[in-house]
Design a binder for this molecule. Structure first.
Ligand code: HAS
Length: 543
């Protein structure tokens, strides 16, 4: 990565570490409150803390990581950003910073305890909405610089296959531009006028639909940088080749097509949306599972081929040949393992009838902790392990590697205990988004308490893991500089470029198919919110 680009990447990564510490502390406190053995000091509200936890980890930490990582990936595989592209990266960074500080101030003042899913009817101070909008606008500006770098490479290398990591970055960015239209519209046309008192009512159904149009693609915006590392970096860490460059590109294109027209699977029990359109989006959700299954297959193929090249001959003994002492690999592997139950849980959530059982229970919170909270974040940690020393002219030494291993195992223990407890309590009906309550001595609520104590135990291990992560980051950016600087590993692949998949680089076609699917999935349900008399479709009048 070019030296000037490295500074920009590092600036983003500093936010990641800071957000992790703040958000993780809030998470620990929440689990303690829910265990029933702890009360928040200084009049801090449970929902105030929950909003801080969600916003700072799910939005701030991830966005800064993604911007930093993608800039590093472009600089590494397409070459340094030029002045204009890098300046856009810096402007984006500062706009995101200002937006974050505005929202954080409102949360601290208890003027924005509306959770990270900030749709109506909860209302926050207008500054909170403007702050969040600035965070998104900041990503747009940074992404504009990244896209300019990508298309400059294409102009300078006409007819050649674009570097895989650069291509993946561009696909993720295009998806981001399309999906953030939803959140930008609801903030601009609904929340800002409503929170300023310019209008008296808000269409809740519309606000939820526009939020989830963005909100589900958001989870893939978090996931795809992790998949970039799985496809293009992990094989090189092993010293092997990736399975298939063509397949990796195809899986990213499928994410572009199917990440957005599926948001209504978060609203399967909402009134105001016709059952047919819910059913259609359930079908589309099952399509978005396919690229993850392709990814699972590719990773198994890489691991098995690697083990066999090392002499494994039995059915599963290739497993033993994997590099179990390399912290980067262990972080990645544990992340992938978590994604097996994480993905299965997603399939359960998406299945219309089963959703009735788990929706709005703490099962969902368990689900997202073993998706974004384990595979995604552990992969981000693995990436930071090589990025931080690479950017600052250092190398992962023995102590850093040991800290990385401790981080992986402590995180796995904490997240394993906490998320298992959440899933089991959810199946017994424990609600999500609630503070500790004995529900008037209800028998069923008594059953939940043991699980809530387990969540606090898991949360405590996770907090220890966060301290280890911070120590690891400090270790990676301090100490003597070396000549033999840590590499940003990028793998070669087993297959050759197949001209049959040339269409995946046809951006006009990609945009047309994406827009077509979005229009099919959303035109009628949103029109009905203005025209039909489906109960709830035009929203509810508040107060
Ligand atoms: Fe989800 C709710 C459906 C994936 C995040 N999800 C959420 C929420 C979040 C979230 C944050 O349909 C809550 C939002 C809120 O606050 O209300 N989700 C899915 C489906 C998938 C899925 C179908 N979710 C994710 C990912 C997330 C994430 C990824 C974050 C990054 N989700 C739902 C639904 C809801 C939902 C409903 C709404 C529920 C409700 O009622 O509110 C799929 O994308 C999952 C596909 C994944 C797989 C797994 C593939 C496995 C791999 C690992 C291979 C392992 C290897 C290791 C190679 C099929 C790739 C080797 C191992 C050896 C043993 C050797």
């Amino acid at each position: 990565v070019d030296k000037k680009d490295a500074k920009l990447v590092l600036a983003n990564m500093i936010w990641v570490a800071f957000a992790l510490l703040i958000g993780g502390t809030a998470g620990l406190l929440q689990t303690l409150v829910r265990s029933g053995h702890f009360e928040l000091p200084f009049g801090i509200g449970y929902y105030q803390l929950l909003t801080l936890h969600g916003v700072i980890l799910a939005l701030v930490m991830t966005f800064f990581f993604i911007m930093g990582f993608q800039i590093a990936a472009l600089s590494r595989t397409s070459g340094p950003l030029n002045k204009k592209e890098r300046t856009l990266g810096w402007i984006g960074f500062w706009v995101m910073t200002i937006g974050t500080l505005m929202s954080a101030t409102m949360i601290a003042l208890n003027e924005a305890s509306v959770l990270y899913t900030f749709y109506a009817p909860l209302q926050a101070h207008v500054i909170h909405y403007i702050g969040l909008a600035l965070v998104i606008v900041g990503t747009w500006i940074s992404v504009a610089g990244q896209m300019m770098r990508y298309f400059r490479w294409r102009r300078e290398n006409k007819g050649q296959k674009t570097p895989l990591l650069s291509y993946m970055t561009a696909v993720n960015n295009l998806m981001w531009y399309v999906c953030t239209i939803g959140v930008a519209s609801t903030v601009l046309f609904q929340f800002v006028p409503w929170s300023l008192g310019l209008v008296e009512t808000i269409n809740i159904t519309l606000s939820r639909t526009l939020f989830w149009y963005f909100g589900h693609a958001l989870v893939y915006f978090w996931l795809l940088p992790a998949y970039m590392v799985w496809y293009a970096v992990t094989p090189k860490i092993l010293g092997a080749k990736g399975f298939s460059d063509n397949l990796a590109r195809l899986s990213f294109v499928l994410f572009l097509f199917f990440s957005i027209p599926v948001g209504i699977h978060h609203q399967l029990v909402d009134p105001g949306i016709d059952a047919f359109w819910k059913g259609l989006q359930v079908v589309l959700t099952f399509m978005v599972i396919v690229p993850s299954l392709m990814t699972a297959f590719s990773m198994f193929a890489v691991f098995e081929t690697y083990g066999r090249n090392k002499g494994a001959t039995g059915l599963l003994d290739w497993f033993k040949k994997l590099p179990w002492t390399d912290a980067r690999f262990v972080l990645l592997f544990i992340g992938m393992l978590f994604f097996i139950p994480g993905g299965l849980g997603g399939i359960i959530n998406a299945s219309g009838q089963m959703n009735q059982l788990v929706h709005n229970t703490i099962w969902i919170v368990g689900h997202f902790h073993i998706t974004v909270g384990a595979p995604v974040i552990l992969t981000y940690f693995a990436a930071m392990m090589f990025l931080l020393p690479h950017l600052t002219g250092r190398k992962i030494d023995k102590i850093a590697n040991r800290l990385g291993l401790m981080l992986a195992y402590t995180w796995a223990l904490g997240m394993g205990i906490m998320s298992a407890a959440m899933h089991f309590a959810g199946l017994r009906g424990a609600p999500r988004r609630s503070t500790f309550s004995e529900y008037g001595g209800a028998e069923v609520a008594e059953e939940w308490i043991t699980y809530q104590v387990m969540q606090a135990v898991g949360g405590s291990f996770l907090f220890i893991a966060i301290i280890i992560a911070i120590l690891l980051f400090l270790k990676l950016v301090t100490g003597p500089k070396v000549n033999d600087v840590e590499e940003f590993p990028v793998a070669e692949f087993m297959d050759q470029y197949d001209p049959a998949v040339k269409w995946v680089d046809n951006w006009r076609l990609l945009i047309i198919i994406t827009a077509f699917l979005v229009l099919i999935a959303y035109t009628v349900p949103i029109t009905q919110m203005f025209t039909e008399n489906i109960p709830g479709a035009k929203g509810f009048k508040l107060w």
